[in-house]
Design a protein around this ligand. Sequence first.
Ligand code: ZN
Ligand code: ZN
Length: 239
Amino acid sequence: MTIDLHTHTIASGHGTADTITDLAREAAACQMSLLGICDHAPAMAGAASVSYFRSLPRCSRKRFGVSLLFGAELNILTEAGDVDLEDSVLEQLDYAVISLHSPLFRRQSAAGNTNAFIHAMRHPNVTIIGHPDDDRFPVIPDDLITAARKFHVLVELNNSSLSPDGYRGDAAKTDRLLLQCCRDHQVPILIGSDSHGCSHIGDDRYARELIFQTGFPPELIANDNPKLLASYIRSEILL
Ligand SMILES: [Zn+2]
Ligand SMILES: [Zn+2]
């Protein structure tokens, strides 16, 4: 795909030693137009400190001909939707992904997990619900997607969840339900590779397969509709 906003660098603390520059170079080689970097926020073991995220707005937005956005993958910490970067830092970023990760979020009922996502949507620049297909954190699809519509947040279809070596259980089963709700409520999705380092940047093959199987409407895929994406992320480089 030409737009991928879910990628990680060495600053995430695991899975890769690749830097922002390495990812941008690879994105250019893959003929991508827009690359988003969303490293894990500070509560995750080994992740960068808050000063890294404070510095991102000063980074160059164009490398090797690829436009760059800088965000964060936030850890939702409580059912009340508390996250691990302050709103003042989030306000300076282009976007934020909200995710439930073990062991930072203690497993709850589907209602509890769904509430956590919904409450986290209140923070500035929250644009994407990250991998809501994780079997370990079941959600109530209709409630989640209704809230996504209300708070103007995109729903991620995470390619890594769907890969044969994915570790989020039967993600495809949940994704089918989420896609149906997105269709019913006209909420757009955003495919993300969740690549740690260069190896899977822009990889959308499993997500596309599921989209094909379910007949999900192309006009609701934000990766393929820059104008639609621009209505969620207010960045000059998208104008
Ligand atoms: Zn994640
Ligand atoms: Zn991620």
